[in-house]
Ligand binder design. Structure first.
Ligand code: FAQ
Length: 318
């Protein structure tokens, strides 16, 4: 440490800053943007928050495909509100990444150049309106399971963004379940549509929680820093335990013959997940990867003039 002068106290050295950071984490207090943080913590957060933000923005596409074909004005209004909410979630999350020094346009470029990921789940197509209900029930249900613990994440802006996001996701999950309930009270054809959608979305929903714990390179450090609070497998298990009784009430069969209650643990055992499919989707070879990225690229390029105009306007008023 350099000698203090009368004008300016010496900056604490890195070891002291690290000790202060460690103490904040150990006390389960929040790290805020103005606080010193290790570079690896900052980079890890940008990685996860950007992946999360991209997921919200790309996640508008599968359901957005049904906006013009919703079966009634009521369903259209609900879906429109939901898709708009996802855009809002993306914005809160990009703002949280900006507090870490990331640049929003740069993050979008990295998404489009496939240098950053978004959730595997959004690379599957929505073939019928039942898919809208199943996305609400299963995909938003999985997102809630994953994200409620993130409300206690060690990084303040991320944790606070998650509080509002989770409240909105909870509405999304309920609208999906209500839509499916309505369809299940309808015709045989509607019930078959719901079952078909459940068959297609169940396994990809389980993959949303990420690779198994013994193959998850980021989990240990992320949990030590209090960014993630539970492991991928623990959250996946919670989701299964929560969802199986809901499927029974709905009257659908989950497509896993090995799904059974373990009387010793009170939790549901389930079959093996196809991790080869997961890796293929992450590598860009899922059913809709190319389409999703192409549409995001077109949105960026076609609307560049809006960004330019808004930037010029803001510049004039600065
Ligand atoms: N898809 O070491 P881990 C939503 C990547 S939002 C794609 O276990 P980590 C709302 C992972 O990034 C859904 N990539 O990583 C909605 C890492 O790659 P990297 C998104 C995945 O970070 C609903 C590598 O694999 N939610 O649904 C996936 O500790 C309806 C190794 O993995 C969030 O992002 C995957 N499924 O744990 C919107 C929640 N899984 O970065 C519209 C916040 C893993 O090293 C409609 N994120 N990867 O290149 C998280 O909780 C964590 O980041 C995990 C992954 C759990 C996703």
């Amino acid at each position: 440490m350099s000698a203090p002068t009368l004008d300016r106290p010496a900056a604490p050295d890195e070891a002291a800053l690290q000790a202060q950071f460690d103490a904040t984490i150990a006390a389960d207090h929040r790290i805020e943007p103005r606080d010193w943080m290790p570079e690896a913590y900052r980079k890890g957060l940008v990685r996860q928050i950007a992946q999360h933000a991209h997921s919200e923005i790309i996640g508008m596409q599968p359901e957005g495909d049904w906006l013009l074909a919703a079966p009634s004005l009521r369903r259209k209004a609900i879906l429109l509100a939901k898709v708009q909410d996802e855009a809002g979630h993306g914005m809160y999350l990009y703002s949280a990444a900006e507090t870490l020094g990331a640049d929003r346009a740069d993050l979008t470029d990295k998404l489009i150049e496939r240098k950053q990921k978004y959730s595997s789940i959004f690379n599957y197509p929505t073939l019928t309106y039942a898919d809208v209900g199943v996305i609400g029930w299963l995909v938003d249900g999985a997102a809630i399971c994953n994200q409620v613990p993130l409300c206690r994440s060690s990084y303040g802006p991320y944790a606070r963004a998650m509080i509002r996001v989770c409240k909105e996701e909870s509405f999304h999950q309920r609208q999906g379940y209500e839509l499916l309930m309505t369809m299940m009270r309808g015709t045989d054809g509607q019930r078959a549509m719901v079952q078909d959608a459940v068959d297609r979305w169940w396994w990809p929903s389980l993959m949303m929680f990420g690779p198994p714990d013994d193959d998850s390179p980021n989990s240990a450090q992320s949990m030590a820093w209090g960014v993630k609070r539970h492991s991928n497998d623990e959250l996946r298990q919670r989701f299964v335990d929560m969802t199986v009784p809901q499927a029974a009430v709905l009257g659908v069969t989950l497509p896993d013959p090995e799904l059974a209650l373990d009387p010793d643990t009170g939790r549901y055992r389930f079959g093996a997940i196809d991790w080869t499919e997961f890796k293929q989707v992450l590598a860009g070879n899922g059913p809709c990867n190319d389409e999703r990225i192409a549409r995001r690229r077109a949105a960026r390029d076609d609307n560049a003039w809006v960004t330019e105009a808004a930037t010029a306007y803001a510049g004039k008023h600065a």
